[in-house]
Design a protein around this ligand. Structure first.
Ligand SMILES: NC(=O)c1ccc[n+]([C@@H]2O[C@H](COP(=O)([O-])OP(=O)(O)OC[C@H]3O[C@@H](n4cnc5c(N)ncnc54)[C@H](O)[C@@H]3O)[C@@H](O)[C@H]2O)c1
Length: 266
């Protein structure tokens, strides 16, 4: 897709990867409707991009179906149309095993990561399918194929996003909508604190066990994938290595990660 002149809706635009994707799309001549529940984050993004009328802020909780279903009219009212939807908003869970994870926490993670993405898709797909050329991008995670102890519900929510996205790719094959799944490895954002989760010092970006990709590189990979209409993209050497290992032996992948990530628990 030629990004210039297109209108994109980006969720999670108030921070991290979503902010970078917003910035890069705008730099490439697109218009962006930024969606986030964090109004301060969105205001910061707006100040950073300085894009005037080419950027609009929409303070919306993607788990609130009514709010999400009202978004297409708001975005079309502001920008005339929608050519692309980039579902980036997401949260991680507390770093505890399932046995210690309260139901409320489980439901929150599934609600944001799965149902939030689903709400956006149901709201915007009828618009995208009518466009001459459109893009739908869903950000899953390396956790969708590599089980991480202490992030098992997060991984399950992202595995659901993965299958949802690959299934949509198949369902939309005969349409003009390109469907892309994104699998980032560890990215150096504030997702833990934004999700209200405490992380052990051992998980800091300085630790060789947790070499992180920058949000700038992650955002660039996503924008490149939109341009190419890629089926899937992994981000970071961790995500690509785990992708290979999980295909070769899911059991070995599970055991390798459990050994490496055990330090995050307890
Ligand atoms: N950071 C990583 O290591 C990593 C790794 C793999 C996948 N991902 C995925 O990438 C995506 C972006 O993560 P990030 O690291 O940029 O995180 P981030 O916390 O920096 O940004 C996420 C944004 O989503 C917003 N958000 C959260 N819940 C929302 C809701 N209910 N409604 C609307 N907005 C909501 C937050 O306010 C925040 O601005 C997430 O889906 C995450 O799961 C991140």
């Amino acid at each position: 897709m030629n990004i210039s002149g297109k209108v994109f809706v980006v969720t999670g635009a108030g921070n991290g990867i979503g902010r970078v994707v917003t910035q890069l799309l705008l730099e490439n001549g697109a218009t962006v409707a930024g969606v986030d529940l964090n109004s301060e984050g969105l205001a910061k993004t707006a100040a950073l991009v300085e894009a005037g009328a080419r950027f609009s802020s929409h303070v919306v909780n993607i788990t609130d179906r009514e709010q999400v279903l009202a978004l297409p009219a708001a975005v079309i009212g502001a920008h005339g149309n929608v050519d692309g939807v980039v579902n980036i908003a997401g949260v991680i869970q507390k770093f505890v095993k399932i046995i210690d994870l309260p139901f409320e926490e489980i439901e929150k993670v599934m609600n944001v990561n799965f149902w939030g993405t689903m709400n956006m898709i149901k709201a915007f797909l009828p618009v995208l399918i009518e466009r001459p050329e459109a893009s739908l991008v869903n950000v899953a995670s390396m956790g969708a194929y590599a089980p991480v102890p202490g992030q098992v519900v997060y991984g399950a929510s992202k595995a659901a996003v993965r299958l949802l996205t690959e299934g949509l790719y198949a369902e939309l094959l005969d349409t003009n909508v390109a469907v892309t799944s994104v699998f980032p490895g560890a990215i150096s954002t504030n997702i833990a604190s934004n999700s209200g989760v405490a992380v052990s010092d051992k998980a800091s970006s300085d630790s060789p066990a947790f070499k992180m990709t920058t949000p700038e590189a992650a955002g660039q990979a996503i924008v490149d994938a939109i341009r190419k209409g890629s089926f899937r993209v992994t981000i970071g050497t961790d995500a690509s290595a785990m992708d290979k290992l999980a295909r070769f032996s899911p059991k070995l992948a599970a055991r390798t990660i459990a050994k490496k990530m055990g330090s995050l628990l307890g």
